[in-house]
Write a protein that binds this ligand. Structure first.
Ligand SMILES: Nc1ncnc2c1ncn2[C@@H]1O[C@H](COP(=O)(O)OP(=O)(O)OP(=O)(O)O)[C@@H](O)[C@H]1O
Ligand SMILES: [Mg+2]
Length: 256
C-alpha cells in the first residue's frame, strides 16, 4: 500500500496525519516507510529531531542521481533512515529539493519516484508519502507513484472552494497518468465538534456527496506537544482521544 497525503492548502495537517498514521501502522507491526517530499522537512524533523545540515540527503540524493544517470546509467538509490521507533523507517527531505525541482522538470523525471516505490514496496507493508502544499513536481510524482490518496481538510470556507478544484485535478491526473489511484476520501482535521460552523460545513459536504470519511480528527494541544517532543501521538500518549482517532482512521483505511 502506497498512500499519499495531499492537499495543496498549507497547514491542514498533511505532515501530522502522514506521520501519525505511519506511527500507528508501525506499532501494529507493519513494516512502515514514510517518504518526506517537502523541502520544509517537517515530517523529517518530527520523526527524527534532526534539522538543517544534520539531515541526511534522503530523497533529494535519489533525485540528484536520476539527473546524472543517462538512459543506461545506474539506477537511483535511496538512503533509508531508521527512526528511533520500531518498524518505522524514513526517507528524509532537505531544502535541496527546491533547487533540484526545475532540473527534474526539465529532464522529465516525473516517473522516477514511481519506479523507486515499486522496488521499495517489496520491503514495506505500508508506505506513506508526505507532500508539500503545492501541486508541483514532487506532488505529481507522488500521485503517479501511489495507489491511494488521502485528503486532509480543515473546515475553512477558503479551503472548501479549493477542495472542489483539488478533486477535479485528482480525477484528471487519474485519467491521464494513474488509473489505479484510489481517492480514499477527505479527512476532517482540527475538528471542533461543539462549534456550529464546522459541523454545518461538514453536513453540507456530506449532503453534496463528497467522500468525507467517518472519522474526524479533533483539535488538541497534544498535537503540538507531540511535534515538540518529536514523538508521534501513539508513543507520546496512546490513550489520548486524538491518538484513538488516529488508530480508528488507520484501521478504517487499512481494513482490506
Ligand atoms: N489535530 C490537530 N490539533 C491541533 N493542532 C494540529 C492538529 N493537526 C495539525 N495541527 C497543527 O497545525 C499545524 C500544521 O500542521 P501540519 O504541519 O501537519 O500541516 P501541513 O498540511 O503538513 O502543513 P504544510 O502545508 O506547511 O506542509 C502544526 O503546527 C500542527 O501542530
Ligand atoms: Mg507538511
Amino acid at each position: 500500500m502506497r498512500r499519499v497525503v495531499f492537499n495543496q492548502k498549507g497547514g491542514v495537517g498533511k505532515s501530522s496525519i502522514a506521520c501519525n498514521l505511519a506511527a500507528v501502522s508501525a506499532v501494529q507491526g507493519f513494516r512502515t516507510l514514510l517518504i518526506d517530499l517537502d523541502a520544509q522537512a517537517n515530517s523529517t524533523h518530527y520523526l527524527t529531531g534532526l534539522s538543517g545540515e544534520e539531515i541526511p540527503t534522503g530523497i533529494a540524493g535519489f533525485f540528484r542521481q536520476t539527473l546524472s544517470s543517462g538512459p543506461f546509467g545506474r539506477k537511483g538509490r535511496v538512503d533509508i533512515y531508521e527512526t528511533p521507533f520500531d518498524n518505522l523507517h524514513l526517507v528524509t527531505a532537505t531544502a535541496e529539493l527546491a533547487e533540484l525541482q526545475p532540473k527534474l522538470e526539465q529532464k522529465h523525471k516525473i516517473n522516477k519516484l514511481r519506479k523507486l516505490l515499486r522496488e521499495l514496496a517489496e520491503d514495506y507493508d505500508h508506505i506513506y508519502l508526505d507532500t508539500p502544499p503545492a501541486l508541483n513536481f514532487y506532488t505529481i510524482s507522488a500521485l503517479i507513484a501511489a495507489d491511494r490518496v488521502l485528503i486532509p481538510f480543515d473546515c475553512d470556507s477558503f479551503s472548501r472552494n479549493a477542495l472542489y478544484s483539488l478533486l477535479a485535478e485528482l480525477e484528471e491526473l487519474k485519467e491521464d497518468h494513474n488509473p489505479d489511484l484510489q481517492v480514499e476520501g477527505i479527512v476532517v482535521n482540527q475538528f471542533q465538534p461543539r462549534a456550529t460552523l464546522p459541523q454545518q460545513m461538514l453536513d453540507e459536504l456530506l449532503a453534496e456527496g463528497l467522500p468525507v470519511l467517518p472519522v474526524n480528527l479533533m483539535s488538541s494541544v497534544k498535537m503540538r506537544e507531540s511535534h515538540h517532543a518529536c514523538m508521534p501521538l501513539i508513543y507520546l500518549d496512546a490513550r489520548h482521544k486524538l491518538t484513538r482517532q488516529f488508530v480508528e482512521l488507520h484501521d478504517l483505511l487499512n481494513r482490506d
